[in-house]
Design a protein around this ligand. Structure first.
Ligand code: SF4
Length: 290
């Protein structure tokens, strides 16, 4: 019995689908071309179908983890039973706009409900390597989610090496500056595909970064992760990983669902005041930090 799983974007959402794909095997996974290399590594995924390129063959079941209009549209016409994930957009908007209401259920729990299977514990992605390096992840699609480069440099200088500074192609300058600022023992990796990134994950004994898809990818590979949360919060659905978070208790948080280009308060205090000393304190003595 084959299952079509639909999750078009983004990287973190695709990665978190690994919590249910193993139990749905064999899975055909429909996603954007950019995330196909990652989707192909999720448990139970037999084949990745690229959105707009590949036709969907006959399947027995459709599990729509997108849950929006596009997901519902893509679910049509397969003659199979269909289930959709419950989105939490309104609840999350109310928390951003009015700071009211309980946090939504975890994304993986909502995926599991849609799929009718339990949440599988990570790792969901198998990578090989010596697990000898700390991974720093400074990039983020939205500026407010980025911890300052100077803070990453100060943290990197205080941590034992080797250190790998990872990012996508758009982060090339940033990861280069941070690796150079940390000095010998730090290496920068920024690439368009995932080959070098997945190879680097095999070296990860710990990953530190903002609320990004790359951090979720590290966690999916079984790396303990330390999340640095600013405009979003760890309570609002995506955080489900081994490790810990560092975040400040501020009345303006959460100020957006996914981050934003600039801080509405103008000072970016959520990230600026989250100091390397706080992060080092959180790491000190944490058994998962290696
Ligand atoms: S300081 Fe407050 S308003 Fe500014 S980005 Fe952070 S959470 Fe949002």
């Amino acid at each position: 019995m084959s299952t079509l799983v639909i999750r078009c974007s983004s990287l973190g959402d695709v990665v978190l689908a690994g919590a249910v794909t193993g139990a749905l095997a064999p899975v055909l996974f429909l996603t954007k071309a950019a995330w196909a290399p990652v989707a192909a590594r999720l448990p139970g995924v037999e084949r990745v179908l690229v959105l707009g390129r590949d036709a969907v063959p006959p399947v027995d079941r459709v599990v729509d983890l997108q849950g929006d209009l596009r997901g519902r549209w893509l679910s049509l016409g397969h003659g199979a039973s269909v289930s959709h994930v419950q989105r939490a957009d309104l609840r999350r908007r109310l928390r951003v706009w009015f700071k009211v209401g309980a946090p939504p259920a975890k994304v993986v729990a909502r995926y599991a409900q849609a799929a009718g299977v339990p949440v599988a514990p990570a790792p969901w992605i198998h990578v090989e390597g010596p697990r000898d390096a700390t991974l720093l992840l400074p990039g983020a699609a939205w500026a407010t989610k980025r911890w300052p480069a100077a803070s990453f440099i100060a943290l990197g200088r205080a941590l034992p090496g080797p250190i790998l500074v990872l990012g996508g192609p758009e982060d090339e300058v940033l990861v280069g500056q941070i690796a150079e600022g940390i000095g010998p023992g730090a290496e920068a990796i920024a690439e368009a595909g995932f080959d070098a990134t997945l190879a680097a994950l095999g070296r990860g004994r710990l990953a530190i970064g903002g609320d990004t898809g790359l951090l979720h990818l590290c966690a999916a590979a079984g790396i303990p992760v330390l999340g640095l949360f600013g405009p979003t919060t760890s309570a609002d659905g995506f955080w489900c990983h081994a490790g810990a978070v560092v975040e400040l208790d501020l009345p303006c948080r959460p100020c957006s669902r996914h981050g934003s280009p600039r801080c509405p308060m103008g000072d970016h205090h959520c990230m600026e005041a989250l100091t390397p000393a706080l992060v080092l304190d959180r790491l000190r003595g944490a058994p998962w930090a290696g």
